[in-house]
Design a protein. Structure first.
Length: 57
């Protein structure tokens, strides 16, 4: 798993919301976690789950 660091100096609310929307985009099963520190979003984490279906099912 990789992490992408983005400069967050004074991101406005619209930019933060765009990042959250990007994390949700295309997500079928999983979660998006938003970490807040001192009233500011400091991290957005996306966890995606894949279900493998066998030929017998």
């Amino acid at each position: 798993m990789t992490a992408t660091e983005k400069k967050s100096n004074n991101l406005d609310d619209a930019q933060v919301l765009r990042e959250i929307k990007n994390a949700l985009n295309g997500l079928k099963f999983g979660s998006v976690e938003i970490a807040v520190h001192n009233g500011q979003v400091v991290q957005i984490e996306r966890k995606e789950k894949f279900r493998l279906v066998t030929a017998n099912q």
